[in-house]
Design a protein around this ligand. Sequence first.
Ligand SMILES: [Zn+2]
Length: 303
Amino acid sequence: MDNMKKYINMTGQFKTDWIKYSDYEVRLDENGEKYITPKEDSCFTIYNPFENANELVFDLIKLGDSALKNDIDTSTLDSMVLEFVKAYGLLGIITSSVYNRDIIGESKVILTDKNPLNIKEKIMDEDKYLNLFIPFANEDEVYIRKLGKHLTLFKAEDSPKFYGKRPLILDLVFSKFYSEKVDWIIDFAKTISTHINQVLIYKNINLTEGVTIMAGKFKAEKIGMTIGMLNNPFIQWEFDSLKTAVEIIYCFAITNESNILKRCEYCKNAFIAKSDNEKYCSSSCRNCYNVIKSRNKKKGIDS
Ligand SMILES: [Zn+2]
């Protein structure tokens, strides 16, 4: 079978930590907004998203493809989002949607131009912004504490704390109180799916001038990195959100010249091809396509 499976090729060493809980649920806040939130009795694990780079990106694209279909019903889509979040955790949209490096301790946040939140304000009060992401937490369960000059985030549970090694906001993102709207996740997935489609369209046009694909929608902000050293030097990305990690992986996948991210001509799923000539994601798709082609030939239909 497909023992030639190709992978997104990322040169160098990549690492980042992310959190996922064992179970999540879809829950409505007091305004009827649909959120995804960790279940109360769930427990967390920390993992490195780059170890699952392939699955992560392709699962997101599948979600985006489904969301782009007109005939998909909301409950099917909700359960797909839930599956995605169970596998990889929430996206960390709270950090990727503002220019502020940290959010805790600042009175205002400045929202990025391209974010999935769908709110009109460009500048928001910190409290108001934070509350968007903790709709089910009581005031005494999570709050900011000032000790002299130092700020800490108090949370009534024992999820990871970074003690200043990473922005304080991650203490909140890694807590069980942190939630994201289903629509935000869907919006992001749709953006990536649409982005591939656009790239593929442009590939078939002879461009005389460079263009930016989806300039009004796709742009990753706040990407930090340093070099770490073990036996060899490695890139130590400093991602504050899973969303940014996905964007990086996707950018590597779509720009790679030896393993090309494209869509299968039969099933339309995204896959990694070794060359521009490769048209199908699997031998079974190639067979299916050929069967249809020969059937149509017999019927006298041009395929
Ligand atoms: Zn296929």
